[in-house]
Design a protein around this ligand. Structure first.
Ligand SMILES: Nc1ncnc2c1ncn2[C@@H]1O[C@H](COP(=O)(O)OP(=O)(O)O)[C@@H](O)[C@H]1O
Ligand SMILES: [Mg+2]
Length: 266
């Protein structure tokens, strides 16, 4: 047991310290310190170009930071690789979802790690059975695990992508704008799914432009502006107006929750 655990402190799933990243003259990240804990939904919010996508690319091993370090399970890394990140339980559900349209649901959930029968044949029955169990647990309803994913709605595809992440033994699940281009009821189902992952003990990091959604699901809201983490709120201690103030840099805070401020910012 680590010192932190012995003292009864919560231990973050991932700890970032002084993460910096530039693209030529553009400073995308300017010294980010951030901890994400198991069992919480953490929303990362910020205006376009604030550095959100760059940060999750560093966490998922797609980009190397110029400076700083990442710690997981007591181990410190200068950078990760995509396969290293997956081994460490970090799984990212990207906007384009990276599903293979012509393959069925179960094949997408098991893509690249199909169970074998007699060391040779893909055990399709087992894939279907385990996919059904996983989707039932996640309360994702689809016509059948043998339906090609091209016939699924955006929300159902999101559900299949999450099932795939969990099947990869993901313990930290990252979402980049999960409800973009989704209808109201479909968004509601995806938000419920994300919330349930937090409740099941996953560390969840979600990027969203929709503050209503953020306030519905997040335990914690971190605001990033010009590559710096400018505020780390517990959701119950803030409101959309105040969050908008930190996103835009005006920090104006009327003390009231107003619809106009959200609409004005979006
Ligand atoms: N591959 C890249 N090459 C050059 N500049 C980039 C690249 N990726 C991001 N940037 C710049 O870094 C900054 C942060 O971008 P990004 O992380 O995509 O922001 P966000 O996701 O918050 O909108 C922006 O100024 C963006 O133009
Ligand atoms: Mg982005």
């Amino acid at each position: 047991m680590s010192n932190d655990a012995a003292q009864g402190k919560r231990i973050p799933y991932i700890r970032l310290r002084n993460i910096k990243k530039s693209f030529g003259h553009v400073i995308a990240l300017d010294g980010i310190d951030l901890d994400v804990y198991p069992g919480e939904v953490m929303a990362l919010v910020g205006d376009n170009g604030a550095g959100k996508s760059t940060l999750i690319k560093i966490i998922s091993g797609v980009l190397n930071p110029d400076e700083g370090e990442l710690s997981l399970n007591g181990k410190t890394f200068k950078h990760l690789t995509p396969s290293r990140a997956i081994e460490l339980g970090i799984s990212t559900v990207y906007q384009d979802l990276a599903l293979v349209d012509c393959l069925d649901v179960a094949s997408n959930i098991f893509l690249g790690r199909e169970p074998l029968k007699a060391c040779f044949f893909v055990d399709k029955k087992r894939m279907n059975r385990e996919s059904e169990e996983l989707l039932r647990r996640l309360k994702v309803s689809i016509p059948s695990v043998t339906t090609p994913v091209e016939f699924l709605s955006g929300g159902q595809r999101q559900g299949v992508a999450v099932a795939r992440s969990i099947n990869l033994q993901g313990r930290m699940i990252i979402f980049d704008e999960p409800t973009a281009a989704m209808g109201v009821s479909e968004s509601a189902r995806v938000l419920e799914l994300i919330r349930s992952l937090g409740d099941e003990g996953f560390a969840v990091l979600v990027i969203s432009h929709n503050l209503h959604h953020v306030f519905t699901i997040a335990d914690r809201i971190c605001v990033i502006r010009n590559g710096r983490l400018v505020k780390d709120f517990r959701t119950e201690n803030t409101n959309p107006d105040q969050v908008v103030g930190f996103i835009t840099g005006s920090n104006r805070y009327s003390g009231e929750y107003t619809e106009e401020s959200i609409t004005a910012w979006r």
